[in-house]
Design a protein around this ligand. Structure first.
Ligand code: SAH
Length: 545
């Protein structure tokens, strides 16, 4: 029998808010009936207009905050109310971290059955802005012509953007340059419904090396020279421009055809003291500062001594594999995107790391054979996409007998589900550390250490693990981070050229455009000694030297 909802459509509610959903909406409860109110925060009392009243839950639109939360802040971004990119800008950063810790605890308790496990406070960023090293912007026709932006929540309606506080400025500059080129040359935006038009996405990725721009179109690229010219003028440190052609009538961003139309088709990224080359199709964590901390945690949890045999499952371009290989006997990476596996192999060669191999296959197909072929295994690292691990992959891991697992997850719900399956097979979570990779959004990354329990009883026993304080990998701050630090500490302005010169002096590989004179004879200004000292101090501060 259908339950009668306690509210009806169009009711005006006065509602106390108790919780926050995994996508950042406020939740008010009327007995066991939940009402979701976007923009409302726990601890608040709000007036809200009911727009949906199902038998199991309701949705209401925030009209007025009657009693605000002490954690409520003004969102920094003017497009925040409309854009689907961020969902927690109205919550103070400290409270966002608490909410994320709670989200992980709640998922592990409710969906995993681990109600007693302690979850460490989420590791936050010191400066939680301008952190995203990649942006993919859809395009659409607006009042002022072609626009780039993000989609509104749960829709394909474009919210035009001129700036974005969470993006790296280089990414934004490239995307806007692609937009301006399209406006100037009247390149029509792609229309998803009619499958007409040309420009689909403006994309860019940034690193210490510079910016790689990717322009995605349905057909041949028109006005190519003008695009190259526009991007080169607008984007300092542009490394390359790639044209990707996507003819598919789907919302997948990248197609199969790539052509480098200027400069390099790949981007160099320095992470944890290693150099990685990334192609546009490969996955790379989007927050470099926090990635370093996440990887440090994972490495610490694995407690490698040097001779171990390790699997890195869902390895992407081999970032974690190479890091682990420096501390282990042998590492095998498993990844199903061929471009990423090619990148991984190249990265191993470029870093002179020989004790790794990479297998290009879906984990669920490769693992059953691999745990036998590579066994006995000492440790397995898992870093699956949001949907978590396939049951066949988990079963193979259970059979492996590896004493330690480290599970890196970007979705607490699938993490909890998979941990439950692993616990049934004898692996219990021992340490849970959320890391905030995505400030101002409701997403949270978690790294979990699981250990094999010799079952003494049916009770869950959580073994202790003491995080080590010593682990501290070499860092990789961006140019703007270095410059900002020097400005704050020394009150000095330094140019990227000077930073590049000092980095090069210390053997840090540099982007061509900053450190090479245009011609061999061209004179470049030399970094004065006081600035050099400040830059060296910054490089030490960021643990790059
Ligand atoms: N560990 C890497 C990548 C993590 S993202 C890093 O930190 O950068 C997850 C990766 O899993 C992606 O590279 C994706 O291409 C890959 N992947 C997705 N489904 C897979 C599957 N079934 N088998 C193997 N790899 C898969």
């Amino acid at each position: 029998m259908k339950r009668m909802p306690p509210i009806q459509k169009n009711d005006m509610l006065e509602l106390p808010i108790q919780g926050l959903t995994a996508d950042g909406q406020g939740v008010g409860r009327m007995g066991s009936y939940a009402v979701f109110v976007k923009g409302a925060l726990p601890g608040e009392v709000v007036r809200a207009h009911t727009i949906k009243a199902n038998s199991s839950y309701g949705v209401a639109k925030l009209v007025q905050v009657l009693k605000p939360s002490p954690d409520r802040v003004s969102p920094r971004c003017p497009a925040y109310a409309r854009c689907g990119g961020c969902s927690l800008q109205h919550l103070s950063y400290e409270a966002q971290l608490r909410a994320k810790t709670e989200q992980v605890r709640d998922a592990l308790a409710r969906l995993g059955g681990f109600s007693e496990i302690q979850v460490q406070p989420a590791l936050g960023m010191e400066e939680p802005w301008a952190y995203r090293n990649k942006g993919s912007f859809p395009v659409a026709l607006g009042e002022e012509g072609l626009q780039i932006g993000f989609f509104a929540p749960h829709s394909h309606r474009l919210v035009p953007l001129e700036s974005c506080y969470i993006q790296d400025p280089g990414v934004m500059a490239a995307a806007l340059a692609i937009r301006d080129w399209a406006r100037e040359w009247q390149v029509p935006p792609y229309d998803e419904e009619r499958h007409t038009g040309i420009l689909r996405h403006a994309m860019a990725r940034a690193s210490q090396q510079g910016v790689l721009a990717v322009v995605v179109t349905t057909g041949p690229l028109p006005h190519k020279e003008a695009l190259v010219e526009k991007l080169r003028r607008a984007v300092p440190g542009l490394v390359g421009i790639v044209h990707n052609r996507n003819r598919a009538a789907s919302n997948v961003i990248l197609g199969k055809e790539y052509e480098t139309i200027w400069g390099s088709g790949r981007l160099q990224v320095r992470l944890c003291g290693l150099d990685f080359s990334v192609s546009p199709a490969s996955f790379l964590q989007v927050n470099p500062r926090q990635t370093q901390r996440l990887y440090e945690k994972a490495l610490d949890m694995l407690a490698l001594r040097g001779g171990e045999t390790v699997l890195d499952v869902y390895c992407g371009i081999g970032t974690i594999s190479l890091l682990l290989a420096r501390h282990a006997g042998h590492v095998t990476g498993v990844e199903n995107v061929p471009e990423a596996v090619e990148d991984a192999r190249m990265n191993a060669r470029n870093n002179g790391i020989e004790n790794v191999d990479f297998i290009c296959a879906p984990a669920e197909e490769a693992l059953p054979g691999l745990v036998e072929a590579r066994g006995p295994l000492d440790a397995i690292l898992l870093d699956p996409p949001r949907k978590g691990c396939d049951p066949a992959a988990l079963q193979a891991i259970l059979k492996s007998g590896a004493p330690r697992l480290v599970y890196v997850s970007c979705d607490p719900a699938t993490l909890a589900r998979d941990c439950r399956i692993l616990a049934q097979g004898g692996y219990l979570p021992r340490f849970v550390q959320p890391v905030d990779m995505f400030p101002h959004t409701a997403h949270v990354e978690t790294v979990v250490l699981l250990g094999r329990e010799f079952e003494k009883s049916r009770e869950h026993v959580y073994l202790d693990y003491e995080p080590s304080k010593e682990i501290d990998l070499p860092g990789g701050a961006t140019y703007s981070e270095i410059k900002q630090w020097i400005q704050a500490e020394y009150g000095l302005k330094v140019s990227s050229l000077y930073v590049a010169q000092v980095k090069q002096k210390h053997g840090i590989v540099e982007r061509e455009c900053y450190n090479k004179p245009k011609s061999e004879n061209a004179k470049q200004p030399k970094c004065p000694p006081e600035k050099e000292a400040a830059i060296e101090a910054a490089l030490k501060h960021f643990k790059m030297i």
